[in-house]
Structures are given as structure tokens and as C-alpha cells.
Write a protein that binds this ligand. Structure first.
Ligand SMILES: Nc1ncnc2c1ncn2[C@@H]1O[C@H](COP(=O)(O)OP(=O)(O)OP(=O)(O)O)[C@@H](O)[C@H]1O
Ligand SMILES: N[C@@H](Cc1ccc(O)cc1)C(=O)O
Length: 504
């Protein structure tokens, strides 16, 4: 099979061509001292996440070709050398040790530049595809672009990205690494050797690469004609602002990352969103030209688009962040709970690991009379929230959802209130200033209403809520029990306008 030859050849090349190998920076030692991020060094040692989980579904998946699985779920956009990749990804006919040695699993990587504090829903697709590879018996790698984020990927961008300071990049890197590790740690694997997730930072090899070495060992093999032809460059050259030389080199940095991982880690597949096609093929081209071997594959998945056709990303307002510090599990859950019927089946295929037959059955149910609205959305919200935030995050989201149901008996705790009220205006008041204050006064001093008369009017109409309970009495005063866990109160005028009062 192509990948057997590829891997074998790569390692033969490594062991017999030391003179060529020495042209490239040495493989980092993966020790904490090799990182120039002293406070973060632990994260960039080679992070392996081993899972114990195994169930029948995963055994079944081991006998499936991951490319086929991705295709049937709408997660395959393009692949380089499609048929060779399919045969390289074909499961070994038997799981005996001898066969496993003849048919090594693929090693697949997806890169994420740490240009925001958190990953977002669009980035989740990369994690999901990595997880599918793992479920089908292959080994996933996640690459944090500590170096590439300093350059800025021009793909899909009409303007040059603003430069981020090193402290911000370091902070983002820690957060993003943690998110990827947490999510992939939770998702099941096979217990088979070689299915662990490895997290690397490309700053570890770029920091040692001098410009002269880069020009000699990489630049010499890159043809300007094919670099200019990439969509990311072509589009920018047509724009008024043009493109800096720095951004122009981005594709070579990502291309060399692939070569580096191919050579040093045996990584033979790179995945990314369809906007990454140019950067991914820059890698397969460099591998072919410099190492003169075949067997490196690129695969892209379609971009997840909102109903208005724009992509889910970090640049737009209202991003669906994966970090619970940026978007509470409750709000995350609610997003999926409220997706339109027209999107829900596609999302179930792309964003969950539910059997395709189960999704088809749900689709059938949706067309029948008596279908309980939002059943499919509930399943979607549960599955995606569990994958991203774990059982605990899902429980938190369900508790908040239940507590907010009209007539619910569930008592809100302060964490739930903070989750619900994320992004709503808030104010801080001293405990003594809140206790015994009339609700009408508090509604004005917290900024919920401009005047007491407006507050009274809504109260009389039954539209004023304290901690999600309707208040009927105009004379209501704040009691100790209203200050949830001694920390917060949530005031609402109707369903939409809320103010969170925090006790200072
Ligand atoms: N909406 C999306 N659908 C699918 N994949 C996406 C989406 N957004 C980003 N990705 C993928 O996530 C990976 C990391 O992307 P990146 O770090 O550039 O984030 P980004 O959201 O594209 O950035 P920005 O919002 O600034 O454009 C890439 O493989 C990219 O293709
Ligand atoms: N260019 C990718 C991130 C990335 C960085 C380095 C890589 O080697 C691979 C991917 C993006 O911005 O989405």
C-alpha cells in the first residue's frame, strides 16, 4: 500500500541520508528546556493523551475506511491523490499483530494558529476529523502555530492580520492546547499503540531556523509561479492593499511544517478546512521536491457556514467559542438547541459521532405527524456539548435550561446564573446596599430601568423577574435568600433585558 511504502521510505531516508537531514534544523528534544516559552514549556513537551475507553462502536469503526466515513458525513471536500489516500487509509484485513506491522496507521495532523484566546465552532471541525481518524485506528497530531501565528495566514483574509504581541500569543497557545487536549482526551480511542494524540508547537523548530538556512533548504525548491497561483495570494494581489512579503511566505512555513513532521514524526496526512488547500498542497509539493518521496497526503473538509453563507469564525461577532470561559456550556448548548430545522440534520452528520442510521431515523421522524419539535436539536445540542464540555458541562447546561423553563422548581445557583447572564450588562453593589432595598429601586440603580415609574409599570404588567421568578408585589424588598449563594441576583425586564447584580 502507498502508505506502507511511504513510511518505510521516509524512515529509510532518515537513517541513510544523514547528510541531507543535517540541512534541516534538528528535531526538537521535546524537553521543557528547549522551549523559549519558559512559563509554558510543559505544554510543548510532547503531550500524549492515552485513553482507556473502548466500546463496540469503536471496534466496528476500526474496520472502516476513515475517508469513506468522512465522505458519508459531508466532511470531505478535497484530497490530494484521492485513490492512493483511500488505499493508505484502508483498514488492515485482520487485527493480528503481524498485519498491523505491515499496515501502519496513518499519522494525521491539523494546525491551529493561536490568534484568539479560544478556538471556535469552525475550528471544531478539525478536532472532529482528527477524532474520526483516531476512531478508525489512526494517530492524530495537533499542531499549535506558535511560529505561524507571528506571520499570519492570508488564506480567506482580505486584509493583513494585525500583529499579536508575544504575551498574547503565549496565553492563547496555552488555552488552545488545553482545549484540544481536553476534547480529544475525552473522545474514545482504541487502546491500540499509536492512537494517542500528540500536541506540538511549530515554534519549537522555527526558532532554530535561520533565514539563510530557510532560503537554502526550502526557498530554493519553491517556485514563485506556483506560490502566486495559490488562491490566498491571487486574491490578495488583486486587492488594493496587496500583500506583504511576510504573509507571502506563510504557505512555505506551513509547507515546511508538513515536511518536518513527515520527516521527524512520520506524519503523512495533513487536514484542514477548504481554505487551507493552498497551504496543505505547498507541503505535499515540498515533500515531493525536497525529499523526493510520494506518500504525503492532504485532505480538506468543507467550511462550516452560517445560514447567511458566511463562515463560522473568530472574526465575526457572536462567535461560538469552545472555551467555557468565553461562552458558557449553557449558551453553547442553547445555540445548538435553536438551530433551524433546515440545518439540524447536516449539523448532526458533521458535528456528532452518532451513527448515520440513527441520524436518518431522526430525519424520518421529523417528517412525521406528532414529531415533538426540537427533538433533533436536543440530540444535537447534547452530543456537541458533551463532546466539547464533557458530561459535567452538559449537566451544567441542562440544569440551567431546566431552571429557566417557565414554572420550573429547579433553584438557580450562582454558577448557573453567571452562565445564563454571560454577556448581559452587570454591576457590582455592596451586600449592605442591596439587602432590604426595594426591588423597584434596585432595578433603577442597576441600570435595568431609567425610572422607578417604568419599573413599576412593567411590574404591574407581570414583566419583572428576580432570579427568573416573576415578582407580583410592588413592595418587594431584597431578602437574604434572594442573593443567590450570597453572590449574585439576576433582574429581568421581560424575556430579553437582563442585568446581573454581583455582590462586591
Ligand atoms: N467555519 C469553518 N469551518 C471549517 N473549518 C474552519 C472554519 N473556520 C476555521 N476552520 C479551520 O480551522 C483551522 C484553523 O483556522 P484558523 O486558525 O485560521 O481560524 P479562523 O477561524 O479561520 O481564523 P479567522 O476567523 O481569523 O479567519 C483551519 O484548518 C481552518 O480551515
Ligand atoms: N494555517 C492554519 C494553521 C496552521 C499552521 C501551521 C500548520 O503547519 C498547519 C496549519 C490556519 O490558520 O488555519
Amino acid at each position: 500500500m502507498a502508505c506502507i511504502c511511504a513510511s518505510t521510505r521516509t524512515f529509510l531516508f532518515l537513517s541513510h541520508s544523514t547528510s541531507k537531514l543535517s540541512l534541516f534544523p534538528l528535531k526538537p528534544s521535546f524537553s521543557s528546556s528547549s522551549s523559549s516559552y519558559p512559563s509554558l514549556s510543559l505544554h510543548f513537551t510532547r503531550t500524549k493523551c492515552t485513553l482507556q475507553h473502548q466500546n463496540q462502536q469503536h471496534q466496528t469503526l476500526h474496520s472502516r475506511n476513515v475517508i469513506q466515513v468522512l465522505e458519508e458525513r459531508g466532511l470531505l471536500d478535497s484530497a490530494t491523490n484521492d485513490s492512493a489516500l483511500r488505499s493508505a487509509a484502508a483498514p488492515s484485513p485482520s487485527s493480528s499483530a503481524a498485519d498491523a506491522a505491515n499496515s501502519p496507521p496513518l499519522k494525521v495532523y491539523c494546525g491551529f494558529d493561536p490568534t484568539a484566546e479560544s478556538l471556535h465552532l469552525g475550528n471544531l471541525l478539525g478536532i472532529i476529523v482528527l477524532s474520526w481518524f483516531r476512531r478508525c485506528g489512526h494517530q492524530p497530531f495537533a499542531l499549535i502555530g506558535g511560529a505561524t501565528a507571528r506571520v499570519g495566514d492570508p488564506s480567506g483574509k482580505s486584509l493583513e492580520r494585525p500583529e499579536l504581541d508575544v504575551a498574547t500569543l503565549e496565553r492563547n497557545t496555552v488555552g488552545i492546547s488545553q482545549t484540544i487536549k481536553q476534547i480529544l482526551d475525552r473522545s474514545p480511542n482504541s487502546n491500540l499503540e499509536g492512537s494517542n494524540v500528540v500536541i506540538l508547537n511549530n515554534y519549537d523548530w522555527w526558532k532554530e531556523f535561520s533565514l539563510l538556512d530557510f532560503l537554502k533548504n526550502v526557498g530554493r525548491y519553491a517556485r514563485v509561479g506556483s506560490m502566486i497561483a495559490k488562491e490566498s495570494v491571487r486574491k490578495r494581489l488583486e486587492s488594493e492593499q496587496g500583500m506583504s512579503y511576510t504573509e507571502f511566505t506563510y504557505q512555505l512555513l506551513q509547507g515546511y511544517d508538513f515536511l518536518y513532521l513527515f520527516q521527524n514524526e512520520g506524519v503523512n496526512v495533513q487536514i484542514g478546512g477548504s481554505d487551507q488547500w493552498g497551504n496543505i498542497t505547498a507541503g505535499t509539493e515540498l515533500i515531493r521536491k525536497i525529499l523526493q518521496v510520494e506518500g504525503a497526503y492532504g485532505l480538506t473538509f468543507p467550511l462550516l457556514l452560517k445560514s447567511d453563507g458566511t463562515k463560522f469564525g473568530k472574526s465575526e461577532d457572536g462567535a461560538i467559542w469552545l472555551s467555557p470561559a468565553m461562552l458558557s456550556p449553557y449558551k453553547f448548548y442553547q445555540y445548538f438547541f435553536t438551530v433551524p430545522d433546515a440545518d439540524v440534520i447536516r449539523f448532526l452528520k458533521i458535528l456528532t459521532f452518532l451513527d448515520i442510521e440513527e441520524i436518518a431515523a431522526l430525519e424520518g421522524e421529523m417528517k412525521k405527524q406528532g414529531y415533538v419539535p426540537n427533538t433533533a436539536q436536543r440530540r444535537l445540542a447534547e452530543e456537541v456539548t458533551r463532546f466539547v464540555h464533557g458530561e459535567e458541562g452538559l449537566a451544567e447546561a441542562l440544569k440551567a435550561t431546566e431552571a429557566l423553563r417557565p414554572g420550573s422548581e429547579t433553584k438557580l445557583d450562582w454558577k448557573t446564573i453567571e452562565g445564563i447572564a454571560e454577556g448581559v450588562p452587570s454591576c457590582s453593589l455592596a451586600y449592605d446596599n442591596v439587602l432590604n432595598l426595594s426591588l423597584v429601586d434596585l432595578s433603577v440603580s442597576s441600570g435595568l430601568f431609567e425610572s422607578k415609574s417604568a419599573a413599576r409599570r412593567l411590574l404591574k404588567q407581570g414583566g419583572l423577574y428576580l432570579n427568573n421568578n416573576r415578582v407580583d408585589s410592588e413592595n418587594k424588598r431584597i431578602e437574604e435568600a434572594d442573593i443567590v449563594d450570597g453572590k449574585v441576583l439576576l433582574l429581568s425586564a421581560g424575556k430579553k433585558n437582563k442585568v446581573l447584580v454581583r455582590i462586591a
